[in-house]
Design a protein around this ligand. Structure first.
Ligand code: AMP
Length: 200
């Protein structure tokens, strides 16, 4: 989507992991929550996204990934953060929970360039090594099954209600089946929905 639409992907998870890696004040305050699979405080994430959206590369639009994760964050987005932008649509990728656990257990990430691999669907040419830069691939420490379970519980309790919030606020929601599909098929599904007038 970044390539096709020429707009940046803004992942709050990536931003937070970067803080943890650099051991900033923010990083030190959220590390234990992330390790446990819990959400970090709304105020902190809202502030981070606020600052990020002011960067020049967001002028023509952006894709928020992993944000908002609570109705409070959704409200901040719909009322404050979009003052200089339009909230065009929400893309809801629907995946069977058992498949989420399976995918996360296979996920490997390059610590140098961030390229994602998966032992089930997207293997590197050489096992455990990044195709781009030869770095040794890592497993995210919150991708272990017991932590994934906590993340899914957090999703059900705190993030699932976000859909209801957006529905109530009249925001366009595109629902795409992302189970048992390749990234290419899911992207095609998103484009199809967008073309059908999902986004206004
Ligand atoms: P992700 O990479 O999106 O799976 O996020 C990894 C972890 O970062 C989550 O389990 C949370 O601990 C934290 N996180 C990321 N985005 C948010 C958010 N919008 N609100 C609260 N916590 C977040």
């Amino acid at each position: 989507m970044v390539e096709k639409y020429g707009i940046p992907q803004i992942s709050t998870g990536d931003m937070l992991r970067d803080h943890v890696r650099r051991a900033t004040e923010v990083g030190r305050s959220v590390e234990h929550l992330m390790k446990a699979g819990s959400l970090v405080p709304d105020e902190l994430v809202n502030r981070m996204v606020h600052e990020r959206l002011e960067a020049p590369d967001c002028e023509n639009g952006f894709i928020l990934d992993g944000y908002p994760r609570t109705p409070q964050q959704a409200e901040e987005l719909a009322t404050e953060l979009v003052k200089h932008h339009t909230l065009e649509c929400v893309i809801h990728l629907v995946v069977d929970p058992a498949e989420i656990v399976e995918r996360m257990s296979g996920r490997r990430v390059c610590p140098a360039c961030g390229t994602l691999y998966n032992s089930l669907s997207r293997r590197p040419a050489q096992e455990g090594i990044c195709d781009q830069d030869g770095a040794t691939l890592e497993i995210r420490n919150d991708d272990r099954p017991e932590i994934v379970k906590a993340r899914l519980e957090e999703y059900e309790a705190r993030t699932a209600p976000v859909i209801g919030y957006f529905r109530g606020a009249g925001v366009k929601i595109i629902e795409v089946n992302a189970s048992r599909r390749t990234p290419e098929q899911i992207f095609a599904g998103i484009q199809q929905e967008l073309a059908r007038g999902g986004a206004q």
